[in-house]
Ligand binder design. Sequence first.
Ligand SMILES: NC(=O)c1ccc[n+]([C@@H]2O[C@H](COP(=O)([O-])OP(=O)(O)OC[C@H]3O[C@@H](n4cnc5c(N)ncnc54)[C@H](OP(=O)(O)O)[C@@H]3O)[C@@H](O)[C@H]2O)c1
Length: 258
Amino acid sequence: MPQFGSNAQVFVVGATGGIGFGFVRHLLADANVGRVFATYRDRDRAAELFALQAEAGDRLVCLACDPTIEANVVAAIERIAERTDRLHAIVNCVGMLHEDSPTLPVSPEKSLRHIDRDRLLRYFEVNSVPTVLLAKHVQNLLKHPETSTFATISAKVGSIGDNRLGGWYGYRASKAALNMLVRNVAIELGRTRPNAIVVALHPGTTDTGLSQPFQSNVAPEKLFSIDRTVTQLLDAIAGLTKADSGEFFSWDGTRLPW
Ligand SMILES: NC(=O)c1ccc[n+]([C@@H]2O[C@H](COP(=O)([O-])OP(=O)(O)OC[C@H]3O[C@@H](n4cnc5c(N)ncnc54)[C@H](OP(=O)(O)O)[C@@H]3O)[C@@H](O)[C@H]2O)c1
């Protein structure tokens, strides 16, 4: 299925993550994609992305950006605006379920006993805030007559209606907050950028560093490869229409409850 019109300009945020890097690879393989702008946080951990850039040349622009920091988001989008006046897709692949950190290691809470204020806030900082910062600053690049998609990778466990198991307080709540922010952005851009489609996407459990510690509980057929997930999400994006803006979709294109 064709995903983009010719010379599409696509912005992938979180391009050193499993799914984010998968998006960059798949997008560069699509002849309709003119250029991919891809963010990384730490150059030392972006070797694969830079190796791809060496092959792709000018079709891949790597941008240093920690999307939890507004000034970084502004600087990255300024660099994009030097190259193009329009984006056709933005895919935010940033998210955190566990974090190895000497100062604040984070892992999902199984019970109220494990709730810790700073760790709870860290989930919101990484999982909820970047999307709305991106939306705030990318608006000028969505002011064009062609269709554009602003997709954020959320998670089904962020669905309040679907939550029957509990646990993972911070991850679930920060993804639920993300979903609300996506809905709000869709409503505002629906008024100001009528050609933009804004959605939250659930990728399905995917074999990345994020899911790695929890994969033993997942049936093998329910653990997707990165290639499968990205193919499915690109198909889901290709199938979106304006009427879908503000909704939450699963990897198979079905709608999820909020
Ligand atoms: N894998 C799954 O089974 C699964 C299921 C449901 C939803 N998701 C969602 O899918 C998205 C992509 O996840 P993934 O599976 O590709 O995980 P991943 O390989 O761990 O990638 C996570 C991405 O988020 C960025 N990130 C993590 N912590 C960050 C922080 N503290 N500050 C700024 N950026 C940070 C990473 O940047 P660095 O590379 O710089 O660390 C990377 O780009 C996430 O939103 C995740 O919640 C994944």
